[in-house]
Design a protein around this ligand. Structure first.
Ligand SMILES: *Cc1c(COP(=O)(O)O)cnc(C)c1O
Length: 393
């Protein structure tokens, strides 16, 4: 596997892209908080407009602080270039929209991230782009869904609730045979635990809001691809839709990246420790986690991923919704909130999506199910909380 070695990782996170001689040899890069850049003369003016992605013209196109972050992210994913957006949803939308036109078709792994689903089912149909969702755990389903007008194969492996995986090498090979652009949402693994470009995937997107920034204080999207693909997206979706990341947020993400390996390792180890504890608890029915011995795609997950991080799901053994609600309310150290990848441990109980005012249907996932994210706290302190709360089940 063409993964980033630990030595290379240190180089990327500590030095790459940081031209300190250009800013007083400061250790931390400055936040170049400017909208526009000055030209000393007409030749420089003309030169700059020959390539707005490379030169300094206007911060929507290129900003030196943002550029440092882009270099680090491309290196982490092993792609030629990267772009950052004002959200993960913005990165997903730019990746997809840039590769379709009216009359085209997209094959997508079933039940991706909620707003990716909305992009495919609500937004793109207005512009004449159709889609088919497939169970991507079997490559034959993907193959069967490809039509003459299919242009994009969209993957999310693993997803962030039940963790189904797609065989990335097989998907890339199949897509190449049919001339499709492959896109993957790699947020679950982060670049540390999976590098889809090494398997031949064309565009790797992330919600950098999660592990990459890692402190629950910035919403950011990442898109990693070849220079040609990034330039194509830059000249169209990025510059026209304008969903850029500002320099101040970019500096925060650079700061977050410094500790990415430490944070991910801590979440990964703590999650494993808690899973082992939960496994033998009488109120636990089943655990969902890609490296769990009962995970149906364990072999595939181990083949293409180097780790899992802090996300896992649990199905509890209990007989009434009241008991499940009492369990959720007794938790004091897990915060009930969306998102994940920050310093704080979280729970999303499926029961919270049952009987929601204004929603016609309940989710397909049982109300005994909850998704956990393990942050940076002491796992023993988290276990105390889980143990006392499970008494309510
Ligand atoms: C959070 C998330 C997104 C959306 O990213 P934002 O930064 O919130 O816009 C996309 N995909 C996955 C898997 C996510 O978890």
């Amino acid at each position: 596997m063409n993964d980033v070695s630990n030595l290379r990782l240190s180089e990327i996170l500590t030095h790459l892209g940081e031209d300190r001689e250009h800013y007083f040899h400061a250790v931390s890069p400055p936040v170049i908080q400017t909208s526009n850049f000055v030209f000393p003369n007409l030749p420089a003016f003309r030169e700059a407009f020959s390539d707005e992605l490379e030169h300094h013209v206007y911060t929507r196109g290129n900003n030196p602080t943002v550029a440092i972050l882009r270099k680090k992210l491309a290196a982490l994913e092993g792609t030629e270039d990267a772009f950052v957006f004002s959200s993960g949803a913005g990165a997903v939308a730019a990746a997809v929209i840039s590769n379709v036109k009216a009359g085209d078709h997209i094959v997508c792994q079933q039940s991706p991230y909620s707003w990716t689903t909305a992009l495919l089912t609500k937004f793109l149909p207005r512009f004449g782009v159709e889609h088919t969702f497939v169970d991507g755990t079997d490559i034959r389903n993907i193959k069967a869904a490809i039509k003459p007008n299919t242009r994009v194969l969209y993957l999310e492996s693993p997803n962030t609730m039940t963790f189904e995986c797609q065989d990335l090498a097989a998907c890339a090979t199949l897509a190449r045979q049919h001339g499709l652009v492959t896109i993957i949402d790699n947020s679950y693994c982060s670049p540390l635990y999976q590098n889809p470009a090494a398997f031949g995937i064309d565009i790797v997107v992330h919600s950098g809001t999660k592990y990459l920034n890692g402190h629950s204080d910035v919403v950011v999207g990442v898109l990693c691809a070849s220079k040609a693909m990034v330039k194509k997206i830059f000249e169209s979706e990025l510059m026209t839709l304008g969903g850029i990341l500002g320099p101040h947020d970019a500096a925060l993400v650079i700061r977050g990246l410094r500790t990415l390996p430490l944070r991910l390792q801590r979440s990964d180890e703590s999650a494993k420790w808690l899973i082992e504890k939960l496994e033998s608890h009488p109120k636990v029915e089943r655990i969902w986690y890609p490296f769990h011995h009962r995970f149906p795609q364990l072999e595939l997950a181990k083949r293409q991923m180097r780790g899992c991080g802090g996300l896992f799901s649990v199905q509890f053994k209990t007989d009434t919704m009241e008991k499940m609600e009492a369990f959720v309310h007794r938790l004091e150290r897990f915060l009930m909130a969306v998102s994940w990848g920050g310093h704080e441990s979280l729970i999303i109980p499926t029961i919270g999506f049952y009987n929601v005012p204004g929603r016609a249907t309940n989710p397909p996932i049982p109300w005994t199910f909850a998704r956990f994210y393990i942050g940076l706290e002491d796992p023993a302190w988290l276990w105390e909380d889980l143990e006392q709360a499970m008494e309510a089940l």
